[in-house]
Write a protein that binds this ligand. Structure first.
Ligand code: NOJ
Length: 545
């Protein structure tokens, strides 16, 4: 089997506002990213994914697009974008961009037209419905950012649908003209050399044709930490994940396949059994990588993860390629979720699992969420409910110990973490025991070791705080053992007779250690060991999960 770049390599997400500012306005930009391409090449990743840089009023920091075929002046110009693609390609890096098809900005000319009158040709490009007889919204659908998903337009006397902010009206993907226009935008970027797309909320694209009310959610608990959102007061049965969405994604995939070697990645928050449908079925292809967010969503716990990885691996359809995401611009950073002490274990997990890893900028140096004072919250979700603010995980990249962490010469759009004088790229590149040095070594090892890059996965029986698994390819066999806890643990190799030596550990002093019979793991320690079975040994199925 041949493996392509998006299977073999690592995807690195850049949030352009926060990566590198080149003009001192306090906001990152495309020329800034160009300045940092050498760093990305050094890190060893395969592809960068850029969150939106399109012209936008920035009600949702670029996820409200006012023109799908241009660059917002805040981030630069189309020429800058072309230079970025050329610079990335020269260094062997692929470029994936965000595509936001579910909604536009309310300032997009299409919506301005659509809202101008009921008989405007663009009226049906968005989702307009009459009020109920008492003047209320057409149904009980809620916006993911809080509040009703419908806003009344007094000029034309109808409501329009917005799954997010009222400044983000949902496009009507049942309209063939919308599909055509949006697919042309994909072609526009592929023509400029873009290697793939991460498609925003792809599972939301089509809504129930009859606009039925969502059923109440009997498990809704307004006090539960992650679901304070009234959105979950109802089960979003009719407002998302509708069967017809697959037809749209198949069309989208066919467009992406008009150009060679491109990738379609879907942002999908769904349980595994439903997520798997987004690879495609009946020989009709959809996303090569439907994002798997389970490492982001589950509590940091060895037994829980063992189950999650097992479930995911078992449910993957034949021929489908797995993927794992450790962090993104919507969820607390991994160093905050798992705790600083577990940062290294987390990176070792991501970079040794089977399937394409997606890293979030700054996690490689151990950046954590930054406390943002309430009066400085800018994220719309955070302004609605401070507990759900996404600002803490979007703070500027920490490059060095100079003012503003080398991110900008001006005042950054979000505060920088106080520990930046210690937690920064320059310091960590010079420190053999830093998180960055470990991530660099993990990437180099993964990319030079077929068992880790493309080998098979088998769960290995472990208990307590230990998560263990094997990655195998040909006669290469690697054992990964991770201690998720803060006490010393032991992993019993059972009857396998496995012997070998540690090639990389989260503690600096472990490489070269012999492994026989049992593996001792110190608090928060992870190791990767190359192991062999004794000559003539029979695979003992009892030790595998
Ligand atoms: C998902 C994006 O990741 C998030 O940042 C955004 O707010 C919503 N989609 C709406 O586009």
């Amino acid at each position: 089997m041949e493996y392509t770049w998006w299977q073999r390599g690592i995807i690195y997400q850049i949030y352009p506002r926060s990566f590198q500012d080149s003009n001192g306005d306090g906001t990152g930009d495309l020329p800034g990213i160009i300045e940092r391409l050498d760093y990305l090449q050094w890190l060893g990743i395969e592809a960068i994914w850029l969150s939106p840089f399109y012209p936008s009023p920035m009600a949702d920091f670029g996820y409200d697009v006012a023109d799908y075929c241009n660059v917002d002046p805040l981030f630069g110009t189309l020429d800058d974008f072309d230079r970025l693609v050329a610079g990335a390609h020269e260094r062997g890096l692929k470029v994936i961009i965000d595509f936001v098809p579910n909604h536009t900005s309310n300032e997009h000319p299409w919506f301005v037209e659509s809202t101008s009158s009921r008989d405007n040709p663009k009226r049906d490009w968005y989702i307009w419905r009459d009020p109920t007889p008492d003047g209320g919204p057409p149904n009980n659908w809620q916006s993911l950012f809080g509040g009703p998903a419908w806003t009344f337009d007094p000029t034309t006397g109808q409501y329009y649908l917005h799954s997010f902010l009222k400044e983000q009206p949902d496009l009507n993907w049942r309209n063939p003209e919308v599909r055509r226009a949006m697919f042309d935008a994909l072609r526009f970027w592929m023509g400029r050399g873009v290697d793939g797309f991460r498609v925003d909320v792809i599972w939301l694209l089509i809504k129930d044709a009859e606009f039925r009310d969502n059923p109440p959610n009997p498990d809704y608990d307004p006090d539960a930490p992650l679901i304070e959102n009234r959105y979950f007061e109802y089960i979003p049965a009719y407002s998302q994940n509708r069967p017809e969405v697959h037809e749209v994604i198949r069309e989208m995939r066919a467009v992406v396949d008009e150009y060679p070697d491109r990738v379609l990645i879907g942002e999908i928050y769904l349980p595994f059994d439903q997520l798997m449908h987004y690879y495609g079925s009946d020989g009709l292809m959809e996303c090569q990588l439907p994002f798997n967010f389970s490492l982001v969503l589950h509590r940091w716990n060895a037994r829980g993860f063992e189950q999650v990885i097992h479930d995911y691996e078992s449910l993957l359809p034949a021929g489908a390629w797995p993927n794992w995401v450790l962090g993104n611009h919507d969820r607390p950073r991994v160093a905050t979720r798992a705790g600083t002490a577990q940062s290294r274990v987390a990176q070792m997990l991501l970079l040794t699992l089977r399937g394409t890893p997606t890293m979030y900028y700054g996690d490689e140096i151990g950046m954590h969420d930054v406390d943002i004072p309430e009066d400085r919250i800018v994220d719309p979700q955070g302004r609605h409910d401070p507990r759900r603010s996404r600002d803490p995980e979007r703070t500027p990249m920490q490059w060095d110990d100079l003012e503003h962490a080398g991110f900008s010469t001006g005042l950054p759009w979000l505060p920088i973490a106080r520990d930046y004088t210690r937690v920064n790229v320059a310091a960590e590149q010079n420190e053999a025991t830093s998180v960055l040095s470990l991530v660099h070594a993990l990437i180099a090892l993964r990319q030079s070791t077929p068992a880790l890059a493309i080998g098979s996965y088998s769960g290995f029986k472990a208990d307590g705080d230990v998560l263990a698994y094997l990655r195998e390819h040909g006669d290469q066999r690697y054992l990964i053992a991770l201690n998720f806890g803060s006490a010393t643990q032991q992993l019993d190799l059972g009857t396998t007779g496995y012997q070998g030596e540690v090639v990389l550990g989260t503690y600096h002093d472990r490489a070269g250690d012999r492994i026989t019979g049992a593996v001792m793991l110190r608090p928060d320690e992870g190791i990767i060991a190359r192991v062999q079975a004794p000559l003539g040994a029979v695979r003992d199925e009892a030790v595998y999960l």
